[in-house]
Design a protein. Structure first.
Lengths: 354, 126
């Protein structure tokens, strides 16, 4: 082999080697949608092994379905869905006897009780009877008569929800009490699904469960995922962009499930202390590592007044809060200042760091 | 090494360096195509329509969901669900969307309208 050929050989080897390296380094994106828990769930995963990515996503959906089935409060008695729903079985035995339930149901109910106490009742999963009166989720939501609402409110009390960890049972002490895990099950299921994905060794993923976002690692460009926060009054707008890594952002807004009566708008996030929709904020975004907690906190912060919500958020380690108050003020916890890109536009007021 | 060898060596090194630059720096090397926004519509998980959202163009069409026909309207770079057969009307109340990453979801009909394009955000919390 003469020198020329040797050089050519080395160069080809070099280029070939680099190309192979790039081939081995290449990353797949696998994205999949499913209608689940009354919303659209999108899971995006990045990684090298396509088969493994698909497998992980399939298992993540299975996990979400499992939690959804446990927490589903709507199936008709006698159906298979009814029998596999812990919430239905607990509701059915209200005032009668404790019901043995899944470990995850116990976990959810303990969380629910904890944040009921921490929020002084602004979060309450025993809101079922009141929710039912309003008819959210059904075909014909309406403003219930005040006297009926007062009666139903008497049944709302997480103090009468008994959770026995050792026996793995749950019990509603009064007849007529009803659990509604609508304000937390989606977040809890999202977190469980993400843990499944993580177990498969995947390092970059995003679960978007109807706007409840949980991300793992960074996005495909190696940067934090960029999460827009929806403008509560302009459907095609966003009020801020939040970079997110290994964390979760969940928003509660007054614009999602609502109906209008007598010129007034009634949305589905009820204040358990009054039985009426909470009106302190247009939208509230809770940011914290765990999607289950973020879901609960978005409701807690939505129901509380903006001032109380910000005060409570400041006392919680690893919890950030962004909100648009009813009077159009954008406010957030101080550490978000350096991360957020706020786009208040003309509709909202924003004084930095307030 | 002859003069020819040197040229060859220089040429090959240049090719190698260029290849590395192209392989590793794809995105910055060739700028992304000019911004185009399209709406992707799926019903029951199947792609039913892809439509380019172009300024100055209006259109409307019908999508068959599980609950019956729904009417979708586009106006320039925006798209919305104009009519739906469901009782909740959540998708209709959603109004116009037009930014990549935004979605309109019709749960009873299992219809999904998603804006795709050079996204400024990866997802929107709502």
């Amino acid at each position: 082999m003469n020198r020329k050929n040797a050089l050519l050989f080395v160069a080809i080897l070099l280029i070939g080697g680099l190309a192979t390296l790039q081939y081995l380094r290449r990353s797949y994106e696998y994205k999949s949608n499913q209608f689940l828990m009354d919303t659209l769930v999108t899971i995006t995963v990045h990684g090298k092994d396509e088969t493994q990515l698909k497998q992980a996503v399939t298992e993540a959906y299975t996990e979400m379905h499992r939690i959804a089935d446990l927490a589903d409060g709507f199936p008709q008695p006698g159906t298979a869905a009814y029998n596999s729903s812990d919430v239905c079985r607990i509701n059915q035995q209200a005032g009668k006897q404790p019901v043995r339930v899944d470990r995850d149901t116990i976990e959810m109910l303990l969380l629910a009780k904890k944040y009921n106490r921490l929020s002084d009742g602004a979060f309450d999963v025993t809101i079922g009877p009141v929710m039912e009166l309003w008819g959210f989720g059904g075909k014909n939501p309406h403003v219930p008569p005040a006297d009926k609402l007062r009666e139903a409110l008497k049944l709302v009390d997480s103090g009468n929800l008994e959770v026995n960890e050792t026996e793995q049972t749950a019990f509603l002490r009064k007849t007529g009490m009803k659990l509604d895990l609508g304000a937390m099950a989606k977040g809890y299921a999202t977190e469980k699904a993400l843990q499944v994905i993580k177990k498969h060794g995947i390092q970059k993923a995003m679960i978007d469960a109807g706007g409840n976002i949980r991300v793992l690692g960074s996005n495909l460009q190696g940067k934090p995922w960029r999460i827009g926060i929806k403008d509560p009054r302009k459907s095609d707008g966003i009020v801020a962009v939040l970079p997110l890594e290994n964390s979760s952002a969940v928003t509660s807004g007054d614009y999602y499930r609502y109906f209008e009566a007598g010129g007034k708008r009634y949305h589905h996030i009820l204040d358990p202390r009054t039985g009426y929709p909470a009106t302190n904020s247009m939208s509230v975004t809770a940011v914290t590592r765990d999607a289950g907690l973020a879901d609960i906190l978005s409701t807690v912060f939505f129901v509380l007044s903006p001032g109380n919500a910000l005060d409570l958020a400041r006392t919680m380690a690893g919890v950030e809060l962004f909100l648009v108050s009813a009077d159009g003020h954008i406010r957030h916890t101080p550490p978000l200042l350096s991360r957020l890109e706020v786009k208040p536009g003309e509709s909202y007021r924003y004084d930095q760091g307030r | 090494m002859t003069r020819g060898d040197k040229f060859l060596l220089a040429g090959l090194l240049l090719i190698a360096l260029l290849s590395v630059a192209v392989l590793y720096g794809r995105l910055s090397f060739f700028p992304a195509k000019t911004e185009s926004v399209q709406a992707v519509i799926t019903a029951q998980g199947k792609l039913v329509r892809k439509i380019e959202l172009v300024e100055g163009v209006k259109s409307s069409f019908v999508i068959r969901g599980l609950g019956g026909p729904s009417t979708v309207e586009t106006d320039g770079a925006r798209i919305r669900m104009l009519e739906a057969p469901c009782s909740g009307q959540i998708c209709v109340k959603e109004g116009w969307i037009g930014h990549p990453g935004q979605t309109i979801v019709c749960i009873p009909g299992e219809i999904l309208i998603r804006i795709e394009g050079t996204a400024a955000v990866d997802a929107v919390t709502r």
